[in-house]
Structures are given as C-alpha cells and as structure tokens.
Design a binder for this molecule. Structure first.
Ligand SMILES: [Mn+2]
Length: 298
C-alpha cells in the first residue's frame, strides 16, 4: 500500500492537483506528470432528468481507488503507484449553469490534453461527455467512441433540453465529433432513438446482440464512455436509472483489456452515491479507473 500512498504524496502530483484554477499558467512540472491517464473530477448533475446525486461521485471514487483494501496494480500488470502512471487534476469547479459547465469542462480537458495527458473524467451525469469529446476531437482527427450504457442517449432533446444527460451522443454525432460511435449494453431504446441511431449510422450492440455474440471491433484511437448503468444493477445499484438485464463487470473488463487501439480518453459517469448504500458501485468505478488507466500506459 506504500506505493499507492506515494502516488498521492508525490510532489509533482501535488503541484498538479488544483492546476485547473490556474489554467493560464501551467507549472512546468505538469508535463512530467501527464504521460498517461489523468483524473479529472466533474461534479455536475444539473442536466439529469430524473434523480440528482451524481455530482457527489468524484471524491467517493477517489476514496475507493486509494482504499487500503486494494493495491495500485492493474490486472494487466501495470503498477499505477509509479510516478507519472496516473495523475489527478482534482475536481473542476462547476456551478449550476449548464452552459458555463460545458465551457469549463471543454477548457479543462483541453488543458489536460495539451499537457500530454489522457483524460479519465469522473462524472457527474452523462451530459459531461459532449464537452469532453469536443476537446478530445481537436487532438484526434481519427476517433471512435466506445460507449457502454443501458441507454442510447441519442434524444434530439429531452423536456426541451438539447444538452440533457439523455442527449450527449446526438450532439456528438451532429457535430461529427467521432467517426464511429459503437454502443454496447443498450436495452431501453425508443422509436425516436432507434431512428436517430439509424440516421447517424450508430453501431448498436444491444444486450440481445451481445448475448448473440456480437462484439465491438475498433480500428482507430478510441474514447471510452462508461455509463455505470450499462452494468446490471446487481453489480452496480448506485445509479439514477436502474435497468435490469445488463452487462457483468467481467464482460466490460474483457472488452477494455482486449482493446488493440490507443485509448486516448475516457469517462466514468452516472454513478449516484445516494443510490449506493453498500459502496459497491464506488468500488466498481475505482476498478474501472484502474483498468482504463492501465490500458493508457500500454
Ligand atoms: Mn444510461
């Protein structure tokens, strides 16, 4: 456990923490700390349509990540306790204005990318993905998105809000921010969302197709967006929209471990601590952070 604590005590990392409040003057030390994954907390749930609560997630994911119950090694043999293997930029201060939050998220992610890091964003609700991908696209002219979710999040608008957490992938496809969008775990698609998926050429591996054996095949650098409700609620009760019949933890890890293309950014969103009395879902989020970060170093 010593190595894991060392990560947090490392002076480079401590200088990096909080740098987002000084976006215009990045300390030179940041470069050395951002060769791989960098955590970025996005405590924002203002665009959630049903329950609030996901804004409280980032510190609980960090707590689970650094818990003495585990160690900093990934299943693939990467020691995240080594200097520079995983940075942490802290939380982006986000107010209640959705437009302002989107601007701050995009700027923060761009800053992290300019420093050489690969963002691992901790949501927050799924609305954060659209501004994140706007920033990521600037750095990756060829980009695929691998999206795990029970929901397609392809509504043109929901209850009058084009930037609802039910809409981020409609905005992404509309602005051509990804060349391919591959969705895995879908099991709630409506007629409207089926039509949008068709219109944008979204590759949907819904749960029925997954069970039939279909798997994602990616050829370009990939951004991975993980909505925790992609998992069966048996594994992850701490979400705002529980949808039975989902993926197992091992199934998602197998896809992540099997990626043969660069993993250039990721988000882990929609973990709602208010729905997670056992803390199990926070532990799952931390596990995902580790395995995603491990793939980013390879
Ligand atoms: Mn969802």
């Amino acid at each position: 456990m010593g190595a894991w604590r060392h990560l947090m005590q490392d002076s480079t990392i401590r200088q990096v923490v909080g740098f987002l409040s000084r976006l215009d003057s990045l300390p030179p030390a940041v470069d050395a700390g951002w060769r791989a994954g960098g955590l970025l907390g996005l405590p924002y749930d203002g665009s959630s349509s049903f329950l609030k609560g996901t804004a409280a997630a980032p510190p609980l994911i960090r707590q689970a990540l650094h818990s003495r119950a585990g160690n900093p090694w990934t299943e693939t043999g990467v020691d995240l306790g080594v200097d520079g293997a995983l940075g942490d930029a802290g939380d982006v201060p986000l107010g209640t204005s959705a437009a302002d939050a989107r601007t701050k998220i995009e700027e923060s992610v761009r800053t992290l990318l300019e420093a050489g890091g690969r963002p691992i964003a901790l949501g927050g609700d799924h609305s954060v993905t659209y501004p994140i991908v706007r920033a990521v696209r600037w750095f990756h002219p060829q980009l695929s998105i691998l999206h795990f979710d029970a929901h397609p999040d392809l509504y043109p608008e929901l209850e009058g809000d084009r930037y609802s957490h039910a809409c981020p992938f409609a905005r992404v496809m509309e602005e051509r921010l990804a060349d391919r969008l591959v969705q895995v775990g879908i099991r709630t698609s409506t007629a409207v969302q089926r039509a949008e998926a068709e219109r944008y050429g979204v590759e949907v591996i819904d749960m029925r197709a997954w069970v039939a054996g279909r798997r994602p095949e990616l050829r370009a650098p990939v951004y991975v967006s993980i909505d925790i409700d992609a998992f069966d609620p048996a594994f992850a009760p701490g979400v705002s929209h529980r949808e039975p019949g989902g993926l197992t933890v091992r199934e998602v890890l197998a896809v992540l471990h099997g990626l043969t293309v660069p993993l250039v950014g990721a988000d882990i969103v929609e973990f709602n601590p208010a729905q997670d009395p056992s803390g199990m879902t926070a532990t799952l989020c931390a596990k995902l952070v580790k395995e995603v970060a491990g793939k980013m170093t390879s």
